[in-house]
Design a protein around this ligand. Structure first.
Ligand SMILES: [Zn+2]
Length: 496
């Protein structure tokens, strides 16, 4: 029975995410088949992943290692005893008619991660999102629907079992998320974590990272949850955000009108920017889980757990804290520098070579990123090594060259590499800061331009820029700008 809610009622959304993440192991979870993306259909299969009778699956130890490491990174408790179960259902892409997954004893539980949201002024807000569980499972195959040239006109579906048995981890969050923005940030943080760990490429376009959203709304002062709707089919972070914001709005509008919310699965339609009903979900499906009899239970020794924990890199949240609190970088700079692990590594290598954090950040986020975007290249592909960037920054800091000269040298260094110090010497670009040299030069220039000098002395002081230009032209930009400006001002005013 639905009663119409007054339009003044304030609602909040309650959102949880289920994230499937494909692990980047060389072979499948229970057999030695390769996992290469884009291989010819049904070319990476064997009796085990095809579910032939009499075969025996064996757990790939790399899958266990990656799942445990991710569990640690999500601050979960790792189960001392865990097992696999069969989840029974029929679908044409599932040759065994069951999926090997984990049911009541997942490998990791009770964790949390911290997300950081920036407001329009760039001020960060941090929030903890609980992690209910993480479990290991195998992926299903892929159905390809439609026609082909050979079978023109026919409607049919083809099945590709290459993906059958590819290892997945499923990460389930607590319903702690309250907006589309928080959900998108949560999903991005999961991707950062698996990329930092090197356990997945987190590529959403290729389906390595897939998110399903559970969402309901309730009046802000109500403890119990509203009716839950599941949304599927979002293949970017912004789609997650937009789908959720659409759905929050749809549900609140329905409640205001006194319309019921049905428990159902809805699909995000990217072209129409809306969710549509896919199927109703009255009651949960009975998958008749039972323990997988062909696989032994999983017990990881404390020594092994300790070993894997010690191999974890510094994780994104810890990096954000360190960059902001120790390096003094802004939340925005921190975000840009920690988002892409290759950029993070480049930045940190530059600091290690001696560069100050703020200057290194400015070069990487400014000129270098600009170059990467124009040339459509990755930071791992540029010839300028982090130590050389540190050298370049040092040349400016010690006033050996001006910032302008450094910018002029950058394209050559980015495309050809080499030592900035050597390049500066070879091209004779060392900054002229020597007072005597600058004084002689300035005197010559002033003498050569009596008219401009006269105008300057009659009050057109902006002409100092003209004289500065002349000095830079004569020195090919090598004159120390600060010293030159001071000396020019003094000399120009002198005869007044
Ligand atoms: Zn196989």
């Amino acid at each position: 029975m639905v009663t119409q809610a007054p339009t003044t009622t304030k609602y909040e959304a309650v959102i949880g995410l289920e994230t499937h993440c494909q692990l980047s192991t060389a072979t499948k979870i229970f057999c030695p088949c390769a996992t290469d993306f884009g291989a010819l259909p049904n070319h990476q299969v064997c009796p085990i992943c095809m579910g032939m009778p009499g075969v025996l699956p064996v757990l790939n130890q790399k899958v266990l290692e990656y799942a445990v490491k991710t569990g640690h990174a999500l601050n979960c408790q790792i189960a001392p005893y865990s097992k696999f179960d069969r989840k029974q259902y029929f679908y044409p892409d599932l040759p065994k008619n069951y999926q090997v997954s984990q049911f009541d004893l997942p490998i990791a539980e009770h964790g949390s991660i911290e997300i950081e949201i920036l407001d329009e002024q760039g001020q960060p807000t941090r929030k903890k999102i609980g992690i209910t569980r993480l479990h290991m499972e195998e992926d299903a195959g892929k159905l390809v629907h439609g026609g082909s040239e050979r079978l023109a006109g026919s409607t049919h579906s083809l099945v590709d079992f290459n993906r059958t048995g590819v290892p997945l981890i499923e990460i389930v969050s607590e319903p702690d998320i309250r907006s589309g923005l928080e959900a998108a940030e949560y999903a991005q943080e999961i991707r950062r974590i698996v990329r930092y760990l090197g356990v997945s490429d987190g590529n959403m376009q290729e389906g390595s990272l897939r998110c399903d959203v559970n969402i309901s709304v309730r009046p802000v002062d109500q403890a119990e949850f509203g009716t839950k709707v599941e949304i599927k089919n979002m293949n970017s972070f912004s789609a997650i955000q937009r789908a959720i914001d659409f759905e929050i709005n749809r549900q609140i509008t329905a409640l205001h009108k006194g319309e019921p919310i049905y428990q159902e699965t809805r699909l995000w339609e990217e072209t129409a920017q809306r969710t549509i009903s896919m199927r109703s979900k009255e009651g949960s499906s009975d998958y008749r889980y039972f323990p997988e009899p062909d696989l032994t239970p999983i017990e990881v020794s404390p020594e092994q757990l300790g070993q894997w924990q010690s191999e974890l890199p510094e994780l994104p949240a810890a990096k954000r804290h360190r960059y902001q609190e120790e390096l003094g970088l802004s939340a925005y700079d921190t975000r840009v520098l920690t988002d892409d692990h290759a950029i993070t590594q480049y930045f940190e290598a530059t600091l290690k070579a001696g560069a100050p954090a703020k200057q290194a950040a400015n070069w990487i986020m400014g000129d270098i990123t600009g170059y990467l975007n124009t040339e459509n290249r990755l930071i791992s592909e540029i010839a300028l090594q982090p130590a050389a960037l540190s050298d370049l920054i040092n040349l400016i800091e010690t006033q050996t060259i001006s910032g302008k000269i450094a910018k002029d040298l950058l394209p050559e260094l980015l495309s050809q590499g080499g030592s900035p110090t050597a390049l500066v010497e070879q091209k004779g670009l060392t900054q002229i800061s020597d007072t005597a040299t600058l004084e002689t030069l300035i005197d010559e220039i002033i003498q050569a331009h009596p008219q401009e000098l006269e105008q300057y002395r009659q009050g057109k002081t902006k002409l100092q820029g003209f004289f500065m230009g002349q000095v830079m032209q004569r020195t090919k930009g090598r004159a120390d700008p600060k010293a030159t400006n001071q000396m020019l001002a003094q000399k120009l005013k002198a005869g007044k």
